[in-house]
Design a protein. Structure first.
Ligand code: SF4
Lengths: 148, 170
């Protein structure tokens, strides 16, 4: 038999982690196709982190900053809902357990060990998609994700 | 999700894109590695051909390809008489959006011969788990209800086209 049907699985009981969510806002993916926006505070934290880690690891953001922006927002969303910036470019059976385990918390183990970021947030200069920038502004993030 | 096209086009190219030979998308004879790697970043050599082209100006939320869900899966994918392409993605996966754009193009190019769908793995964990989805994006090709190809990562358009041609010819 198959496991649990959509939307009921991994979101239960996580909301106690992290800052209290505003009462009107449901963070978990019950809304089909609905994309829940991360808090601005978490986006700012992950934006700063990304700039710092790019410099530290000598990697660059994607030529398409839209990719960078979406990933930063995804990290922020996980930080809001799970308390940790779990990689947004993977699917997990159990997000809460995965966030606790830590392997895929950004910067993940493959990034730290081999500079492999399949999310294309941190690209080595030889990568064809690598741009020349290690900075991204809040405005850029807002602009490139305005239509989501 | 079906937002109309946006004004926030991404003109962020930082290098000139003049020196790359562009392989026409009808060419399927590229010598691509047969093995499917975990991550698309291993395909640097192949990507060189297409990188500049596929980082194209487009709106990020503008996903034209229809969605398939757990409910419609059997009908749209497994029971389809036409071969089917499904892109598994996650809500906040940046590179998935690049692949969306490629799949949108492919859906147009192969109209009538191939049905294209996207599936949000976050919204449909059952299907994602059935197909053992880990890293996203993953593009799968089905024919007569059987999965024939699975491509993990962010690839140049030619790479998907080559896989589609194999499936159509099979
Ligand atoms: S692949 Fe690793 S480094 Fe890249 S965004 Fe995901 S967790 Fe961070």
């Amino acid at each position: 038999m198959r496991t649990l049907q959509a939307s009921t699985s991994y979101s239960i009981g996580i909301s106690s982690v992290g800052p209290p969510a505003p009462p009107t806002r449901h963070r978990h993916g019950i809304v089909a196709q609905g994309v829940v926006e991360p808090t601005e505070k978490s986006v700012e934290i992950m934006r700063k982190f990304s700039e710092q880690y790019a410099r530290k690891s000598s990697t660059y953001f994607c030529v398409d900053k839209g990719v960078t922006s979406v990933v930063i927002k995804g990290l922020a969303e996980h930080k809001d809902t799970l308390g940790a910036p779990l990689c947004p470019c993977r699917h997990y059976d159990d997000k809460a357990a995965e966030a606790q385990q830590g392997f895929w918390n950004c910067p993940c183990v493959p990034m730290r060990e081999r500079k492999e970021c399949h999310c294309m947030l941190f690209l080595t200069p030889d990568n064809d998609f690598a741009g020349q920038e290690q900075t991204i502004s809040m405005e850029e993030i807002k602009e490139t994700t305005a239509n989501m | 999700m079906a937002a109309s096209c946006c004004s926030t086009a991404l003109f962020s190219f930082s290098r000139p894109n003049t020196s790359y030979g562009v392989v026409s998308s009808s060419s399927v004879s590229l010598s691509l590695p047969q093995q499917t790697h975990q991550f698309g970043l291993s395909f640097r050599a192949q990507r060189r051909l297409e990188a500049r082209k596929s980082v194209r100006v487009s709106c990020i939320g503008d996903n034209k390809t229809a969605a398939v869900t757990g409910k419609s899966w059997d009908k749209l994918v497994l029971d389809s008489e036409t071969p089917v392409l499904v892109e598994f993605y996650a809500s906040w996966c940046g590179p998935c959006r690049m692949v969306h754009r490629v799949i949108d193009e492919i859906a147009t190019d192969y109209s009538g011969r191939l049905k294209c769908f996207v599936l949000n793995a976050d919204n449909d964990p059952r299907i994602a788990e059935d197909y053992d989805i880990k890293a996203v994006p993953v593009v799968m090709l089905f024919k007569n209800g059987v999965k024939l190809e699975s491509i993990v990562g962010t690839m140049p358009k030619e790479f998907y086209v080559a896989a589609i041609e194999r499936v159509l010819a099979s």
